[in-house]
Ligand binder design. Sequence first.
Ligand SMILES: NC(=O)c1ccc[n+]([C@@H]2O[C@H](COP(=O)([O-])OP(=O)(O)OC[C@H]3O[C@@H](n4cnc5c(N)ncnc54)[C@H](O)[C@@H]3O)[C@@H](O)[C@H]2O)c1
Length: 269
Amino acid sequence: MPPKRPSGTVQYENHGRVVIVTGGSMGIGDAIAHAFAESGAHVYNADITSPSHSSDRETTAVKHLPCDTASETDCQATVQQVLDEHGAVDVLINNAAIQPRESYHPIDSVGSQVWRRMIDVNLCGYMRMASEVLPQMKRQQCGVIINLASGQAHRTAREVGVYGPIKSANVMQARQWGVEYARDGIRVLSVSPGAIDTPMIRASLSEQGGAAELGNRHPVGRIGTADEVAAAVLWLCSPAASFVTATDLEVDGGLGALGSFAAPYPMPE
Ligand SMILES: NC(=O)c1ccc[n+]([C@@H]2O[C@H](COP(=O)([O-])OP(=O)(O)OC[C@H]3O[C@@H](n4cnc5c(N)ncnc54)[C@H](O)[C@@H]3O)[C@@H](O)[C@H]2O)c1
């Protein structure tokens, strides 16, 4: 049996903070949005789709703003609405990204429509949203931006020739912006999850060898949960992480530490 997640809870106080999460209708974004809402923040979910009906969370605590992060107009309107309603933006979580099945090929077999859309959402979408919130964060002289990157930003698998390099760029965006805006009191970080149980990963399980095999590749013996990523993000956005900026945090059950020389773990009985 793979090890279970330890029990216990950690509470963060985010009363009155104004938070935008892109792609908060499901998966990791949904978990982050609700963790902020449960700790008192005003949370906006900027997502191209409505929150999923399968979500068992209380969705009313998070306001959905329809937004395609590939659209400059949508990003501008989203941030403007938040400013009109609250006059501040304290946290931006750049989370919305796509990894279509058609992208799981060597790059000469990925159609340009597919990779252009991935660049537009996964790379430019992060830049658009950051560019929209930064003037306000500079006026406030405080703010936190988190880019959801990936373990595949740091080391590659086969057939992620579009997704992986863009995720690396998300890490470098955070480093660059973190350095650039440090003296404005703005922290910028990236978080690189291992495999996390979300609709995105469920859609690609066959490419990854199946759920049990994928979990067993992680030293902790299982894939992660969206709540575990949310917990790391809330810590990074909290005053407890006030000296942490322009860097990346891998939330990956040890996967990134495992070199390719390592023999595979035996499958659990
Ligand atoms: N799940 C994993 O194992 C994993 C691992 C590493 C990194 N990540 C990263 O974490 C983030 C979240 O992943 P997930 O697994 O929760 O994804 P997901 O596919 O489950 O959810 C993504 C959300 O983004 C939204 N979205 C897609 N395109 C959009 C657009 N153009 N504008 C606005 N919203 C859009 C979707 O509607 C959806 O609600 C992504 O950046 C992903 O690359 C995920």
